[in-house]
Design a protein around this ligand. Structure first.
Ligand SMILES: [Zn+2]
Ligand SMILES: [Zn+2]
Length: 807
């Protein structure tokens, strides 16, 4: 392919090559064919519906003035359900117009009843501000929409409480401000007709469990004032949105999922980078693990700025997704195609842009100038300049982190490259949705990283293009959430037996605990909060107090690492990356919660090793499947970081292993686990010496695949496998929630066990490597240095489980 000179490259406004032709040329460049699947997502004409008869003429006219001629069918359907008093969740694609579905019934009611009010909740202030603009633009008499959040000036707050009938806020403000001040809000709450919960899929895990109880507290206050508002929720597409919305609100919710909005056509290719020839991979790092010791895998988030996806320590088996994306970006730019490449980490985005520039400059000096990197950290003016350049075609290629997803409006590109599955289908479609100008087909390419979930997805297109299975999970029964939330509720009004029903499973036990701890006192009229000050409860807080990272020479605070990860990332001697700069830790002061570091870029990386112990506290539910058992229950996890390895960055060679003296830490949480009889393993051909490696490999892949079933990150989950466990007396694999009290992930895994383990088995079996690689059974967070691992035996283990487990 000849590259045009910079002066003559299409400015991006002319018709580019048809996506199918472009894709054909891209896949013809290398030796093998990296494309595992091509899906043509056809353009869809929207299905409009008439305005519902109950919508007042004034409101229809206001929407028509804003360019909404008629609602789409799903909007009308959801709006009518809500208007009729049903709690409803509308779970349709990005840009399908979910706001109209709640604005219509809420505003119709506000117009019809001069007293009715609406409370709108968004996960971010920016989204609430967007919605405020949209509602205000309708210029409806007497609605007086207003944002009420931490930024609202004191002087305006009282006016809003008294006069606004459409208040936009966030769950944190509801928790910290509105509910504690319910007396001042009584007029508003008494007349509350609708509660709108936008982007409700973001309320997941521990945060989601907190929000669920904040909503129950809201319902309780409304009920005290005689109001029973209708809840309208908007969600990204997901598996079983009605159940998730029901758990969040504690109410029966009807789901509307049939998307009737129009969309442009996209040719969507799934791309798996080729395996490298064996001689080009470096030898795997040698690791010394104690035989028979349980293999623990930590469950804490990577530090900010540390790219969880770039496994520099693992043996390179496939060509990296970053390199592959950089080549694709260079190729599309050389074709004059305006392309956006999404990369998960900042560093990754810069690597992609730099490599693409280099290859373009090699072909035509100067052509590289038409590619840039874009990330959240840039100044506003710099970002606007990049956007302008891309829209005008001065710039043809941009590599970006998800920063672009949030708040910047760049659409109408010819091609979108997605480097690594972004974690959820919602994000995937949001990114792919950047492609496509009106009336033109566009190209989207998902480039798989060496990760079990990515590998699975590029070989199972139905998981991307078929019905969604990934569900938003939360666990309102988590006692670490329930008890503090009940304390907050008790401050707002004494708790009654009826409240125990409202707050659900575990509420009675939590109240008893609070009484025993002296926080509540039981009187004939209910349970009363005993202290003068309110309990301090942070909806987003978890994992212990964060540890501050401080540069000793300057005293500068570089950032914080959550308490759970600090032993792994900030032990003395650890190499700590922060925004691309390398530091070495001198001291970790656990009492003060701070780590002292200095700038240094050694040519090794550090890898903490831990010893994990797990004991079963109780079994909540189990399936007895002959030689196989599947369990859900509470466990205590004890882990201690005991040493770290230093490895050469260039070769992965282990330099040495150094001991550490850090205290053990405990976590009571929820786990799913399965056991197999030793006989069944022997029958399946797993030698007893290979059992630890088989279970360990199955555990890694199972953790990697859980995000397929539940919206979580593999860093939210931990695991442990052992050839014999004291509590189960059998070969066992445990997968647990990495949050105190559980977050709902293990529970979802248990509920979908056969589908989850089937996907795990397929991901391992379909990986083309011989002995295991990061795409299947190796884990970037293994506390045992990925040793022992047996790929073929992991498949045998999972076959035994699947053969016995009922569907
Ligand atoms: Zn593999
Ligand atoms: Zn491991």
């Amino acid at each position: 392919m000849e590259s045009s000179s910079p002066a003559t490259v299409s400015a991006g406004h002319g018709p580019g090559p048809a996506p199918a032709d472009l894709l054909r040329r891209l896949r013809a460049r290398g030796a093998g064919d990296p494309v595992t699947h091509v899906e043509r997502v056809p353009a869809r004409a929207g299905v409009p519906a008439p305005w519902p008869s109950w919508a007042p003429a004034e409101l229809r006219a206001a929407f028509t003035r804003r360019g909404v001629v008629a609602p789409w069918q799903h909007q009308a359907q959801a709006a009518t359900l809500a208007y009729d008093g049903d709690h409803v969740v509308v779970a349709t694609g990005t840009a399908s117009g979910k706001s109209l579905a709640y604005q219509l019934p809420a505003l119709a009611t506000v117009l019809a009843d001069p007293r009715a009010t609406v409370l709108y909740l968004a996960p971010t202030k920016a989204l609430a501000a967007d919605q405020l603009r949209a509602v205000a633009a309708l210029e409806l008499e007497g609605v007086r929409p207003a944002c009420y959040d931490g930024d609202t000036p004191r002087a305006e707050r009282e006016w809003i409480r008294r006069h606004s009938r459409f208040v936009l806020t966030n769950p944190d403000m509801l928790h910290h401000g509105i509910l504690p001040g319910h007396a001042q809000w009584s007029g508003f709450l008494r007349r509350l007709a609708y509660v709108v919960i936008d982007e409700c899929h973001t309320y997941r895990g521990v945060f989601g469990s907190h929000v669920a109880h904040v909503l129950r507290r809201l319902r309780r206050q409304c009920a005290r004032f005689g109001a029973t508002p209708v809840f309208v929720l908007a969600s990204a597409t997901s598996g079983d949105p009605a159940t998730a919305a029901g758990r969040l609100t504690g109410l029966p919710v009807t789901a509307v999922t049939e998307d009737a909005s129009p969309r442009g056509g996209v040719t969507f290719a799934l791309w798996e980078p080729p395996l490298l020839p064996p001689e080009s991979g470096s030898a795997p790092p040698d690791s010394s693990s104690v035989p028979g010791q349980a293999a623990g895998d930590r469950s804490s988030a990577p530090a900010p700025g540390q790219a969880a996806g770039d496994h520099d320590d693992l043996r390179q088996v496939r060509r990296s997704a970053l390199r592959e994306t950089a080549d694709l970006l260079a190729d599309t730019v050389a074709e004059g195609v305006r392309t956006l490449a999404f990369v998960r980490s900042r560093k990754g985005a810069e690597v992609v842009a730099a490599n693409a520039r280099r290859s373009l400059d090699d072909a035509v000096p100067g052509l590289g100038d038409r590619v840039a990197a874009y990330r959240g950290g840039y100044l506003r003016e710099e970002r606007r300049e990049l956007e302008r350049a891309l829209l005008h075609g001065d710039l043809l290629g941009l590599a970006s982190t998800n920063a672009l997803e949030l708040g910047v409006d760049l659409v109408g590109l010819d091609a979108v490259l997605i480097c690594g599955y972004p974690g959820t289908r919602a994000s995937l479609w949001q990114q792919a949705g950047r492609a496509g100008r009106s009336g033109q087909e566009a190209l989207a390419v998902l480039v798989a990283r060496d990760d079990p979930l990515d590998t699975y997805l590029v070989h199972h297109p139905e998981a991307i293009f078929g019905a969604p299975v990934e569900a938003t999970v939360l666990d309102p029964a988590n006692r670490y959430v329930l008890a503090p939330q009940l304390a907050c509720a008790a401050v707002e009004a004494p708790l009654t037996p009826a409240d125990l029903v409202l707050f659900g499973d575990g509420a009675k036990e939590a109240v008893d605990e609070l009484v025993a701890a002296g926080a509540l006192r039981q009187r004939p009229t209910g349970w009363y909060w005993r202290h003068r000050e309110r309990p301090e409860v942070d909806l987003r807080g978890e994992g212990g107090a964060p540890v501050c990272v401080v540069e000793s020479a300057t005293g500068r605070l570089l950032g914080t690492v959550d308490g759970g990860s600090s032993h792994f990332l900030l032990h003395p001697g650890a190499v700590y990356l922060h925004q691309g700069v390398s530091y070495v830790v001198d001291e970790l002061d656990l009492a003060d919660g701070c780590a002292l570091v200095h700038v240094e870029e050694p040519d090794w990386s550090t890898h903490a090793r831990d010893v994990t112990d797990l004991s079963v506290v109780s079994v909540r539910s189990y399936v007895d499947a002959g030689p196989v058992g599947m369990f859900l229950g509470e466990v205590d996890v004890t882990s201690q970081v005991v040493s770290y390895q230093r490895r050469r960055i260039a070769t992965g060679e282990v330099i040495d292993t150094r001991p550490l003296d850090l205290p053990a830490r405990e976590l009571r949480t929820v786990a799913v686990w399965f056991t197999l009889s030793p006989q069944s393993l022997a029958l399946a051909g797993v030698q007893s010496a290979d059992v630890p490696g088989a279970l360990h490999a199955a555990e890694h892949a199972a953790i990697g695949l859980l995000p397929l079933m539940a919206t979580c990150d593999r860093w939210d989950i931990g695991g442990l496998s052992t050839a014999v466990h004291a509590d189960t007396e059998a070969p066992t694999v445990f997968v647990y929630d990495g949050h105190p009290g559980g977050a709902g992930f293990a529970e979802r895994a248990y509920g979908t066990a056969s589908a989850w383990l089937r996907a795990t088995r397929d991901a391992i079996a379909e990986c083309g490597c011989e002995t295991g690689c990061p795409s299947c059974v190796q884990s970037p967070k293994c506390g045992n240095g990925n040793n022992p691992l047996s790929k073929p035996d992991a498949i045998r283990v999972l076959d035994v489980v699947l053969a016995n487990l009922p569907e």
